[in-house]
Design a protein around this ligand. Structure first.
Ligand SMILES: [Fe+2]
Length: 503
């Protein structure tokens, strides 16, 4: 392994920190690494070609009062595979908030579990206002550039996908929305488009937009809602975008007093909004479904007069005090998949009748489901999802769902080893939906290290084909993506791949 340290930050976190989401598998890193020719146990398939990118919440400073794991500063990890070899990079996203707090030497903004009025700065981003845009939730690759995003809305930070150097922020020719963009932007590999939404406390409460393959904002429309809502994800088909209005949102009475407390309203339906991909507000059709909260959708596609939408239904979107845990386990019960009872679910939206039919697709508790992105917006058969540790926001296994037969294949990580959101990497020359590899990163508390695991996407239960050793144990985090080498400028023809800086 050929290792170089690119940078180090000065953390002001307490040495005797006892916050469970800043210690153990969530221990943040302070070092930025560049490591080539990583040590491998097993063999990296020669037809695995591209980048696995993962965003993590990686706090540099303590919270003003109460840290929430989604407040941490964005740090992106990249593991690249080429010609049977692997390289690794990790860099902080150089957000405006990170730079300001580093200069101040401490926290300036209240986090998600704190009152925004506590913020030391009057400015800031987010659906709540006065937040630091940590850009730590999600990462996708669009138009050859990695884009990081924040689930409370903010900028899209542009990173060179190879060096992870922050190149700046999406501007879209001065058209970037003033209320920001949410996490879970969607890329359609068939058209090269980026689809996105945002939300906030001011009417119309949501917008939706499209950026084309040339990185131009070509569509932006209001999506009027009955009030402030907390959408987290969206979906799309070849012809439609699908947005949601779930009955879990800030209590309006408390919101009037400046408190942001999410409450589940089982007396209200889930509403799923369908509009043509370039359609306006008057063309949105809302379908009513069983009340729940959907954190993540897997995919959607058209089938006859219906839109088929797969995602994770929460049996208990507002889990009550779990009792057996301590303060932090009670505080973060909303992050535990077993408490929220997240199960794979299918909504069928009939464009002819306006009705919605629903079915549960699995009894297993899984979330963070991904698919072969070549099938995004098209009919898919497989979903690769994570299983969770009881009571905590940690992943302990990988589940392949066959949505045609209902079969499930599971790979459980050893006790004390935690995975990341998987990504499906189609094999170069792939001929079937599951012809490729599933990639995930681990935080191994037994060996105090991290590995990148590569599975055969057709048979993940067989265990990893290869384990790639990273230079340092990384923190747990949220979302990941796969970018084929063919989507990365400078990838082919040079060794090591040239950077995309300047795009
Ligand atoms: Fe998410």
């Amino acid at each position: 392994m050929d290792v170089e340290i690119l940078g180090r930050v000065l953390s002001t976190l307490p040495e005797d920190d006892d916050h469970p989401y800043r210690t153990g598998p969530w221990r943040p890193q302070t070092t930025e690494w560049k490591a080539d020719d990583l040590e491998v146990v097993g063999e990296i398939p020669a037809d695995l070609d591209g980048l696995y990118l993962r965003n993590t919440e990686n706090p540099v400073h303590p919270a003003l009062e109460r840290y929430h794991p989604f407040d941490g500063d964005g740090m992106v990890h990249a593991v690249g595979f080429r010609d049977g070899r692997a390289f690794y990079r990790n860099r902080f996203v150089q957000t405006d908030g990170l730079l300001a707090e580093r200069e101040a030497g401490g926290p300036l903004w209240a986090g998600i579990a704190e009152h925004p009025g506590k913020s030391l700065r009057r400015d800031g981003w987010g659906a709540r206002g006065r937040m630091k845009d940590a850009s730590s939730t999600d990462v996708v690759v669009h138009a050859g550039v990695a884009l990081t995003s924040f689930y409370q809305c903010g900028d899209l930070y542009r990173l060179d996908p190879l060096t992870l150097e922050t190149l700046g922020k999406s501007d879209w020719g001065g058209m970037f929305p003033s209320c920001g963009v949410s996490a879970h932007t969607k890329t359609d590999g068939h058209t090269g488009e980026l689809l996105f939404f945002n939300y906030g406390k001011d009417a119309p409460y949501m917008h939706y937009g499209v950026v084309d393959a040339g990185n131009r904002l070509v569509h932006y429309t209001e999506v009027p809602l009955p009030g402030p809502r907390l959408p987290h994800d969206m979906a799309f088909t070849e012809n439609y975008a699908i947005l949601n209005d779930c009955p879990l949102f800030w209590d309006p009475d408390l919101l009037a007093k400046g408190h942001h407390a999410a409450r589940f309203r089982p007396d209200l339906p889930t509403r799923l909004g369908v509009l043509p991909r370039r359609g306006g507000a008057s063309e949105i059709r809302w379908f009513e479904a069983e009340p729940t909260y959907v954190l993540h959708f897997v995919n959607a596609y058209e089938e006859g007069d219906e839109i088929v939408l797969d995602g994770f239904f929460q049996g208990d979107p507002e889990p009550k005090d779990i009792g057996d845990g301590g303060f932090y386990q009670r505080m973060f019960r909303f992050l535990a998949l077993d408490r929220m009872q997240t199960r794979l679910h299918r909504w069928r939206l009939d464009l002819r009748t306006g009705r919605c039919r629903e079915e549960r697709l699995s009894e297993s508790i899984t979330e963070f489901g991904v698919l072969n992105n070549t099938y995004a917006g098209r009919r898919h058969r497989y979903a690769y999802a994570a299983s969770g540790v009881a009571g905590w926001f940690l992943f302990n296994g990988l589940v392949k769902h066959d949505l045609l037969t209902g079969a499930e294949e599971r790979y459980d990580l050893p006790e004390g080893v935690y995975g990341s959101e998987p990504a499906m990497a189609p094999r170069v020359g792939s001929t079937a939906e599951d012809d490729g590899y599933v990639v995930t990163l681990t935080s191994d508390m037994n060996e105090d290290r991290s590995e990148c695991l590569i599975f055969d996407a057709a048979r993940p239960a067989d265990g990893p084909l290869a384990r790639v050793l990273l230079p340092e144990r990384i923190s747990s985090g949220t979302h990941a993506t796969w970018a084929p080498g063919s989507a990365i400028p400078g990838w082919a023809g040079t060794d090591p791949p040239a950077t995309a800086a300047g795009l």
